[in-house]
Design a protein. Structure first.
Length: 302
């Protein structure tokens, strides 16, 4: 089952509250559904007035350049899949429809490219994480998206979270903004950051970047700026442009620290025992005093 478009639309509207607009607003999302279908999407929204005012290049030139680069990437992925056709036909039959690229059909104010993986195996193959003695291949590109590589490699950690709780299944990632200056698609070999900085005169300080992650589990927590649960999917959004150097996105689950809860339970049990003892003691003492008082009265009557 693919992630429903209505959920994606809902959340993209929601995270617009987090993201401001510089010369360009970049949204990088990774969404995983219950069947492990993974959809990576890049959306670039250009600010026409700021680009035209720069005087170095026109808005139309920038949007056409970005759209053309997205189309080049689309063709690159198709060629990468074709490379399996003759030598590894079984692999080709899987990647042909198991890895799909979509580019917004025409240049526009909002440019987008998405790549969909039919499962973790297709994802791992694309990013070079699948090791198979029967095939030799070059990965399509290096993964710069959040969390999935750590999930595949089971790179989880734990961390204390107060006296009574702890974080587990914890994953941290630096985010796409940390890679933006040196990012290249392995088989294309173009530094996009340098290309567009030289073209426009803008730099990363003029770009607002949001990273989005969606996962089919409503029990996960995070340090995201925005977190919502929709139809059992947890949607997280980080405004990376506002973060300090070295910031890491994180997701995790929370569980009780059983030792501390056992200690609390023992303390409570001890308090209850003491209270019960005091109550019975007071009750017993009253009975004794009443008996003595009755005997003394009878003695006086004689």
């Amino acid at each position: 089952m693919k992630i429903k478009n209505v959920i994606m639309t809902f959340f993209l509207i929601l995270i617009s509250v987090v993201c401001c607009v510089g010369c360009a607003d970049i949204e990088v999302s990774r969404m995983i559904d219950a069947n492990e279908t993974i959809i990576d999407t890049l959306i670039v929204t250009l600010d026409k007035s700021k680009i035209d005012k720069s005087g170095r290049v026109t808005y139309v030139q920038v949007e056409n350049a970005i759209h053309n680069d997205m189309k080049v990437f689309e063709q690159y992925v198709k060629d990468w899949k074709e490379s399996f056709k003759d030598k590894y036909p079984n692999v080709y039959s899987m990647v042909k429809d198991g890895i799909l690229v979509s580019v917004y059909p025409e240049p526009s104010k909002q440019l987008s490219v998405s790549i969909e993986f039919a499962g973790l195996n297709m994802f791992g193959l694309f990013y070079g994480m699948v090791e198979d003695e029967d095939i030799e291949y070059q990965k399509a590109m290096t993964d710069v998206g959040p969390f999935v590589a750590q999930m595949i490699n089971q790179e989880y950690s734990t961390e204390e979270f107060g006296l009574f709780l702890y974080k587990y299944s914890m994953i941290k990632d630096v985010g796409v903004l940390s890679h933006i200056k040196d990012f290249e698609v392995d088989g294309i070999g173009k530094n996009y950051y340098s290309e567009y900085c030289n073209m426009t005169g803008f730099s990363e300080e003029d770009i607002d970047v949001c990273q989005i992650f969606a996962y089919p589990d409503d029990r996960i927590y995070s340090n995201a700026d925005t977190q919502e649960v929709v139809q059992n999917m947890t949607f997280l959004a980080w405004d990376l442009s506002e973060k300090e150097d070295g910031f890491q996105m994180s997701i995790y689950k929370i569980a009780p620290r059983t030792t501390m809860w056992y200690v609390v339970a023992l303390i409570i049990s001890a308090i209850v025992v003491v209270v019960i003892f005091v109550i019975f003691r007071k009750k017993y003492s009253k009975v004794v005093r009443l008996e003595i008082t009755k005997q003394e009265v009878e003695k006086d009557e004689k």
